[in-house]
Design a protein around this ligand. Structure first.
Ligand SMILES: C[S@@+](CC[C@H](N)C(=O)[O-])C[C@H]1O[C@@H](n2cnc3c(N)ncnc32)[C@H](O)[C@@H]1O
Length: 302
C-alpha cells in the first residue's frame, strides 16, 4: 500500500468538509494543512514533505472543522486588511465585509491628517480590534480609542494591538452608558462601529456563527435588533465634533431603518448608505450637524 501524499490527504479532507456543508472546503482543507505544518500557506504543485505525525494531527483539525468549528478558532488567527489578528472563542471573529467599514474610517482619518490635524478616532464595539487597529496602523498620527462591553474582547484587542505595534486606548464600556468617554464629548473626529445588529428572531443558520460567536456580539437588542446600533448613533451624536463622521455597519436589510434612526436623532446631515465590496447596502455614513435638531435633507442610498 502506498503512503498517501499531502495532495491525497488535502483532497480527502476537502471532500469530508464539503459533505459537512462547509462553504469553502478546499480552501479550508489547505489552510488546516498549512496550520499543522506551521507554514503560512501550502502549494500542492510543489508540496512540502509530510512530517511524521502529520496525518493524525491533520485528521484531528479536519474533524473539528467538519463539526463546523470556525476555521479561525482552529488556526487561531484571522486576516483583516493588513493585520493578522489573534482570535479566540468568546470573541467575535472579524469578517472581510467589515474591512470596507474600516476603509471609510481610514480614509476620513487620513484626510484629516493630510489637513494637518491629529484626529481622534473611536471604535465602539471593537471585538478583536480589527477596525481600531487598522486605523491606528494605517494612519499614523491618529489618537485611537476602542471600547467593548466584553472583557474578553478588550483583553484580545489589547494583545492584538501589542502584536501590531500600535498603542490605542482600549476600554471596557457599554455604548448605552451616557457617560461613556464623556471627556471627549464634541471632540471626536471619526466614530466607527460594527455593533451587534441581528434581531432576536433571525438566528443565524451557519453553525460557525450561531454556535461559536458570542450572543453579545450578534444580537443587537429590541425587536428589530437595532437597540445597540441606536445607542451607537446616540453616542456619536454626543461625541462627534460638528462635521465629524459616523460610520456604522448594519445588516443588508436594515439600511432604510438605520438612515431613519440617524435622521431622527436630529444630529446628523449627509445621511447615506455605503455599499460593501459585493455592492450590498451595509454601512450607515453620516456627518455630525453643526447644531442638534437640524433636519437632514439628504436621505440617499449610494
Ligand atoms: C459584531 S461584533 C463586532 C466586533 C468588531 N467590531 C469586528 O468588526 O470584528 C460586536 C461587538 O460588540 C460588543 N458589544 C455588544 N454590546 C455592546 C455594548 N452594549 N457596548 C459595547 N460593546 C458591545 C460585543 O462584545 C462584540 O465584540
Amino acid at each position: 500500500m502506498t503512503t498517501p501524499t499531502l495532495r491525497d490527504m488535502v483532497d480527502g479532507a476537502a471532500r469530508l468538509l464539503a459533505d459537512a456543508g462547509v462553504g469553502s472546503p478546499r480552501h479550508d482543507a489547505m489552510a488546516l494543512a498549512a496550520h499543522v505544518l506551521d507554514l503560512p500557506r501550502i502549494d500542492l504543485i510543489l508540496p512540502p514533505p509530510v512530517p511524521e505525525g502529520f496525518a493524525a494531527a491533520y485528521a484531528e483539525v479536519v474533524d473539528r472543522r467538519r463539526r463546523r468549528e470556525p476555521l479561525q478558532h482552529i488556526v487561531g488567527t484571522a486576516a483583516f486588511r493588513y493585520l493578522t489578528l489573534r482570535v479566540e472563542p468568546g470573541v467575535f471573529v472579524p469578517r472581510p465585509e467589515t474591512e470596507t467599514v474600516a476603509q471609510l474610517a481610514v480614509d476620513e482619518a487620513a484626510r484629516l491628517v493630510g489637513l494637518g490635524h491629529d484626529p481622534v478616532v473611536v471604535d465602539l464595539c471593537c471585538g478583536a480590534g480589527g477596525i481600531a487597529l487598522s486605523v491606528a496602523s494605517e494612519v499614523p498620527g491618529c489618537q485611537v480609542w476602542a471600547v467593548d462591553a466584553s472583557p474578553a474582547a478588550v483583553d484580545l484587542t489589547r494583545r492584538n494591538a501589542a502584536e501590531a505595534g500600535v498603542d490605542p486606548t482600549v476600554l471596557l464600556g457599554d455604548v448605552r452608558d451616557p457617560q461613556l468617554l464623556s471627556e471627549w464629548n464634541g471632540r471626536v473626529d471619526v466614530l466607527v462601529s460594527n455593533p451587534p445588529y441581528i434581531p432576536p428572531d433571525a438566528v443565524p443558520v451557519d453553525p460557525e456563527v450561531r454556535d461559536h460567536d458570542p450572543d453579545l456580539a450578534l444580537y443587537g437588542g429590541g425587536a428589530d435588533g437595532l437597540d445597540v446600533p441606536r445607542a451607537v448613533m446616540a453616542a456619536a451624536a454626543r461625541l462627534l465634533v460638528p462635521g465629524g463622521l459616523l460610520v456604522m455597519e448594519h445588516a443588508e436589510v436594515q439600511d432604510a431603518q438605520a438612515r431613519t434612526a440617524a435622521v431622527a436623532t436630529g444630529a446628523f446631515v449627509e445621511v447615506r448608505t455605503a455599499p460593501d465590496l459585493t455592492g450590498r447596502p451595509r454601512t450607515l455614513v453620516a456627518r455630525r450637524a453643526d447644531t442638534v435638531g437640524e433636519p437632514s435633507p439628504a436621505l440617499s442610498s449610494t
